[in-house]
Design a protein around this ligand. Structure first.
Ligand code: APR
Length: 242
């Protein structure tokens, strides 16, 4: 029987690839003010600062020695399995899921590799850094592209599809996310309400207020391949481990 699975990933799945998380020690929010670089108001006040923040992360992605890790690769394997109907939702704006082989990735917080026309909302693959010369080709006069990233106060992408998948899922798994930001942090409640099995995979121990039924503590690059092996072998994942 087809298993309907929703996976939500956060910055923790890319940490072992060398991409900084937000709220761990030395995380991005340790060295940047959210209000300045991740809000529409911050962008309006100082677009150059915001462009520099995203350009630096995008350049690290395309120039650094950043590669998909075994967790990304394992999820791509799960996607290919005919007995699993997988919706992979990521809060990450990197393209490591795609580099790991995933074909269908829902980037609910946008993508570093794209810019967006503020007028038409059309997106463009970035071949150069964001700046005054990087403009759309869909408007006259051409509009300066903004980062194709969802800022605080903006609506994430794909919410209808995500809610529809959660309403029908048998298994909801969160990987490498602190559960600090809604609406993603509320997905586990929706999954619990429909009787799905809910599992949290995180380097940190289970949080006292966690809504997840099960918690696997450890590195994503070790636990996610094990998870996929268990699912594909028909083994239960309904247990805790640390
Ligand atoms: N394996 C598994 N989990 C890990 C690993 C690892 N190797 N390294 C870190 N983690 C976990 C941390 O314990 C933490 O719970 O990943 C989580 C990272 O949390 P955050 O830095 O808060 O990142 P995330 O949950 O993705 O943030 C959500 O907040 O600022 C916004 O838009 C931003 O999409 C982001 C959202």
């Amino acid at each position: 029987m087809t298993q309907r699975i929703v996976v939500l990933t956060g910055a923790g799945i890319s940490a072992e690839s060398g991409v900084k998380t937000f709220r761990d020690e030395d995380g991005l929010w340790e060295s940047h003010h959210i209000e300045e670089v991740a809000t529409p108001e911050g962008y309006a006040a100082n677009p150059t600062l915001v462009e520099a923040f995203y350009n630096a992360r995008w350049q690290q992605l395309i120039q650094g020695d950043i590669a998909a890790n075994p967790a990304h690769i394992a999820l791509a394997l799960l996607e290919q399995h005919q007995d699993c109907e997988l919706m992979l939702v990521t809060q990450n704006i990197d393209n490591l899921h795609e580099r790991g082989g995933s074909k269908r990735v829902l980037h609910m917080h946008g993508e570093l590799a794209k810019g967006r026309c503020p007028q038409s909302q059309q997106t463009f693959i970035l071949n150069e850094i964001l700046g005054p010369d990087n403009v759309c080709t869909c408007c006259i006069p051409a509009q300066k592209l903004r980062p194709h990233v969802v800022w605080f106060g903006e609506m994430p992408f794909g919410m209808d599809s995500i809610h529809q998948a959660l309403a029908q899922c048998d298994l909801f798994i969160a990987i490498g996310t602190s559960g600090s930001v809604y609406p993603a942090a509320g997905f586990v409640d929706l999954a619990n309400q429909v009787g799905a099995l809910t599992l949290n995979i995180n380097l940190a121990p289970r949080d006292d207020h966690s809504e997840f039924q099960y918690h696997w503590q450890g590195k994503a690059s070790e636990l996610v391949p094990q998870l996929v092996t268990d699912i594909l072998a028909g083994h239960s994942v309904a247990h805790n481990q640390s």
